[in-house]
Design a protein. Structure first.
Length: 590
């Protein structure tokens, strides 16, 4: 089986533990066969009148040993298999995470691969379950009935053959019922996913639900999902419980056959009553594993599907890799140039067409344009989150594709439009920018980004925890932390994507002053919607309709007229309107 061959890469190193667990399992199962055999011996002694003086004492000792071995074997069996399973899980998880880190940016936004990544934890757990239970239990479920049959055949083979008669019925019945059970549980899983998604979403979006007064519709939606789940799981249970009953019935038929024929043989003295006893007890044990095999086959099928997905992910090749001989440059400052860049995410949906602009080393360049035009995309092309399809992005003349990736990423500070902060303290989130930064450097970066202003007012200051169980930060406060993180990184190229969009104009002014001081030595690209932000840029690049439609200083662009002038006038109108209304409110006050 392909899936076992694939898994052997992870299970292989655990073969001793897995083998030990299988062995312990076999001992455990075999020990269960001992007591009936001992009682059989008593019955034989009784029939033949040959019992020795301390016969029962011997039997008791043998029983005690059997149960001691059984207890130890059971512990070793579970212990070793889980030990191996968690080793496999650990190795797989680390291998996956290491691999995921090498994947290009595209894969994290591609929905299908994104789903693979987010499902991988669950998939690895399924494999863990397979190693812990699937492997040893399969061996047991096959070995136990086999051992019983061998024993029965050795005792009296014609009766053993008779006991086997109903077996084919079980096999045929199993073929009919088990696929139906699997399907119905598949539906349950889907329904459960639907329930979870709906409930999670409506709780996450409760503010919107409340604001639009949609509680009742939302409740109806959730109720409906839960009803579908209930119906599906009831149906699944309906099918699932049939085999146990049917198998009991068939086992009953087998037993009746054996008692009828075996009883007759016993009475006629063909076989001793002791043998009939062993037949009856063993037949009670032989059908159990059949039910278990059904559960195991589901476990195996899940493991197969999960293994496929895990390996699909592991086999995704990163096409972003260093060119052979790529060497890290040494210049301290860098120009950034877009040279006739063509780029699209989806074929036939161009985002950037022949985009060209240039930021000289040390310059501040602003990119403006309507929403969705591709500004963030430009920012992502510089650290090679994506590769361009035409033209090139160059740093001081060197194509970014010819530079070592680690060097590239180390020398670009990016403040992303979507702020992401890790669960942890404010301090840790800033320090993330540069491992090994001193306390003084961290505080200086925080001050420059105006984090000081609110951090010092928090009870725990910079050690305040953010996220789930920590303090709630406003959008602007989060942005300032992410700017501090980028400032701390202190790299020669700084890219700010709407980095100050959620802070007020005054704070923005303070941050830009600080950045000015810091950015004199570096090349900076600022993306902003608020035109006041970009005025002081050395050059402003206007992106419209997938390409650069104008570039120049604020004054040049403003005088030229067009989109830029329109926007400026509209925003200034807004500002003066705000000022007027504030002034108006002021005069109305007491
Ligand atoms: N990962 C992606 N996959 C596919 N298309 C994308 C992806 N990211 C962005 N796009 C598309 O590319 C275009 C440009 O997006 P981009 O985020 O660069 O715009 P933007 O100029 O930064 O907009 P905004 O001002 O709203 O931030 C949009 O049409 C968007 O739908
Ligand atoms: Mg954007």
């Amino acid at each position: 089986m392909l899936f076992l061959r694939r898994l052997s890469r992870f299970i292989g190193p655990q073969r001793r533990l897995v083998g030990g667990s299988v062995l312990a399992g076999l001992i455990f199962a075999a020990s269960g066969l001992v007591p009936p055999l001992l009682v059989r011996q008593i019955l034989i002694w009784h029939a033949e009148g040959t019992a020795a003086e301390n016969a029962i004492g011997l039997i008791v000792v043998a029983l005690a040993v059997a149960f001691l071995v059984r207890a130890l074997a059971r512990y070793a069996y579970g212990m070793l298999s889980h030990w191996a399973a968690y080793n496999v899980q650990h190795a797989m998880m680390v291998a996956l995470y290491r691999h995921i880190q090498t994947l290009p940016h595209r894969f994290f936004t591609d929905r299908r691969v994104g789903a693979l990544v987010s499902r991988s934890v669950g998939d690895v757990e399924t494999v863990e379950d397979f190693v812990a239970h699937g492997i040893p239990e399969t061996v047991l479920a096959v070995a136990l009935p086999t051992a019983i049959l061998v024993a029965l055949f050795l005792i009296y083979w014609p009766l053993a053959l008779l006991a086997l008669l109903p077996m084919p019925i079980i096999v045929i019945f199993g073929r009919y019922i088990f696929p139906r059970i699997r399907n119905s549980w598949g539906l349950v899983r889907k329904a459960m996913a639907g329930v979870t998604a709906t409930v999670t979403e409506s709780i996450a979006g409760f503010a919107v639900v409340k604001a639009f007064g949609r509680e009742r519709e939302q409740l109806r939606l959730v109720e409906e999902r839960w009803r579908r789940y209930r119906d599906d799981i009831q149906r699944a249970q309906f099918f699932s419980l049939i085999p146990a009953g049917v198998i009991e019935l068939i086992a009953g038929v087998g037993l009746i056959l054996v008692v009828a024929v075996g009883g007759d043989l016993t009475l006629r003295g063909v076989i001793p009553v002791a043998d009939l006893f062993v037949f009856v007890v063993y037949l009670g044990l032989i059908y159990q594993p059949v039910i278990q095999l059904a559960a195991i086959s589901e476990n195996i099928q899940k493991a197969m599907a999960s293994t496929d997905r895990v390996f699909e992910l592991l086999e995704v090749q990163s096409n972003l890799s260093d060119k052979p001989g790529a060497t890290a440059p040494t210049s301290p400052t860098w120009s950034v140039e877009f040279d006739a860049v063509d780029f699209h995410y989806e074929p036939n949906e161009p985002v950037l067409k022949a985009v060209s602009f240039r930021a000289e080393a040390g310059e501040l360049i602003a990119i403006v344009g309507p929403t969705g035009v591709g500004k963030t995309t430009c920012a992502h092309l510089i650290p090679r989150f994506y590769d361009v399809q035409g033209g090139a992005v160059r740093l001081s003349g060197a194509d970014v594709r010819d530079l070592p990736l680690t060097w590239l990423r180390a020398n670009i500070s990016l403040v992303l439009q979507d702020v992401f902060l890790f669960a942890g303290t404010i301090h840790d989130n800033i320090a993330f920018g540069r491992p090994g930064a001193t306390e003084a450097e961290i505080l200086a970066a925080a001050r420059a980004a105006n984090v000081d202003e609110f951090a010092n007012r928090l009870p725990d200051g910079y050690d305040s925890r953010i996220g789930e169980r920590g303090v709630r930060l406003s959008g602007g406060q989060q942005q300032r932390i992410s700017i501090a993180r980028a400032i701390l990184k202190d790299s020669s190229i700084l890219v700010l994507d709407e980095a100050t969009s959620s802070v007020d104009a005054e704070t923005e002014g303070l941050i830009h002053e600080a950045l000015d001081r810091l950015t004199r030595e570096r090349t900076t690209l600022v993306i902003a919607h608020r035109m006041a932000t970009v005025r002081r840029a050395d050059r402003i690049v206007v992106l419209r309709d997938n390409t650069v439609t104008a570039a120049g200083t604020h004054d040049e662009l403003f005088d030229r007229g067009g989109w830029y002038t329109d926007i400026i006038q509209r925003q200034e109108l807004n500002t003066s309107w705000q000022l007027q209304s504030e002034a108006g409110r002021g005069s109305d006050g007491p």
